[in-house]
Write a protein that binds this ligand. Structure first.
Ligand SMILES: Cc1ncc(C[n+]2csc(CCOP(=O)(O)OP(=O)(O)O)c2C)c(N)n1
Length: 324
């Protein structure tokens, strides 16, 4: 793992968010496997260091457009576990007020979060547009979004980054290279080792990061965010990781070699960071246990809250359809 300039308190904070993200995800998956969930849902297991480390580098005024494996980003930006679980169950207390029982309906501009757009990678041009508006208005703000390895092969990815570069849009693009786009392995969709080299085609920096190292993700994102804020334009950050479960809850991912999963499980981002904090003497086991316990209580409370919440009143169906 890399060194970073983070203080002890900041590192513990990062650990807390990663822990909360993992426990939320584990409990969500267990809930769906019991057949209690509504529709499909996407696990972000293995992506904790990416969503938490990158979001931690943003200021509250910055805007972020997460995707379907960025639970940690939503939580860190202030959307409570209660509102997220209620959203997943399609309840009126959820982020989308029961309009979308998914991570898709999770936009909340009060937290400067753009709702996830299902059509990949449509969040990218929207985020570039937001970044360009900051530039035109001379606001020192940055916009950030995430795409998968599969999404990075779509035409829109190239068009958006090219435009962003030409106009020096203050945007940071995180590619979550988790080796698979649904069942398609990396080598069947591109002929390059590092997606980051695509940045050269747009004349912007392309960085490869260990996506299972939260401090490395934070450090790379912080540098890119600072660069964007100085008016020097976009950065492409490729975070290498592995999708540890299927594409969504219904997918057993039998097409993924077990050895590959075992290899990545040894790099479990939450456990690795925990072991590092312990090895550096920044925390003791009792503190780790306390944080874990706190996260478990928070998630259990969120599930209970979501279960007890009402479904939306059909009379309110048209509310929120049009922008005010
Ligand atoms: C334009 C478009 N085509 C197909 C889909 C269906 N779809 C949803 S996620 C996904 C795979 C995406 O792979 P990747 O970008 O690597 O992200 P990952 O799910 O691996 O995190 C597909 C094909 C979609 N959402 N949008």
């Amino acid at each position: 793992m890399s060194e970073s300039s983070l203080t002890r308190e900041q590192k513990i904070e990062l650990y807390y968010w990663m822990c909360l993200t993992r426990i939320f995800d584990d409990m969500m998956v267990a809930y769906w496997k019991q057949g209690k969930g509504l529709g499909g849902t996407f696990s972000q297991r293995g992506h904790e260091a990416i969503s938490v480390g990158s979001a931690y580098a943003l200021e509250p005024d910055d805007v972020v457009a997460p995707m379907h494996r960025d639970l940690g980003c939503y939580l860190l930006r202030g959307i409570t576990p209660r509102r997220i679980f209620a959203n997943l169950l399609g309840k009126a207390t959820g982020v989308s007020r029961g309009r979308d029982a998914n991570l898709h309906g999770m936009g909340d501009l009060n937290h400067n979060i753009i709702g996830y757009i299902s059509h990949l990678p449509q969040s990218l041009p929207v985020t570039v547009g937001v970044a360009m508006s900051f530039r035109y208005r001379n606001e020192p703000r940055v916009a950030m979004t995430y795409v998968g390895d599969g999404s990075s092969s779509a035409g829109l990815f190239h068009e958006s980054l090219n435009l962003a570069s030409v106009h020096k849009a203050p945007v940071v693009v995180i590619v979550e290279n988790n080796q698979y786009a649904y069942s398609t392995p990396l080598h069947q969709q591109m002929n390059i080792q590092d997606i980051a080299i695509r940045a050269a085609g747009y004349g912007i920096p392309g960085v490869v990061v260990d996506g299972n190292d939260v401090e490395a993700v934070y450090a790379a994102t912080k540098e890119a965010v600072d660069r964007a804020r100085r008016g020097e334009g976009p950065t492409l950050i490729e975070c290498k990781t592995m999708r540890m479960l299927g594409h969504a809850i219904h997918d057993g991912a039998e097409y993924v070699p077990r050895e590959l999963l075992a290899e990545w499980e040894a790099k479990n981002p939450v456990l690795r960071f925990e072991q590092r904090l312990l090895a550096e003497g920044l925390v003791d086991q009792a503190e780790i246990d306390e944080i874990r316990q706190r996260c478990q209580v928070e998630v259990a409370d969120a599930i209970e809250f979501a279960e007890q919440s009402p479904y939306p009143d059909p009379e309110t169906l048209e509310e929120g359809v049009y922008a005010p």
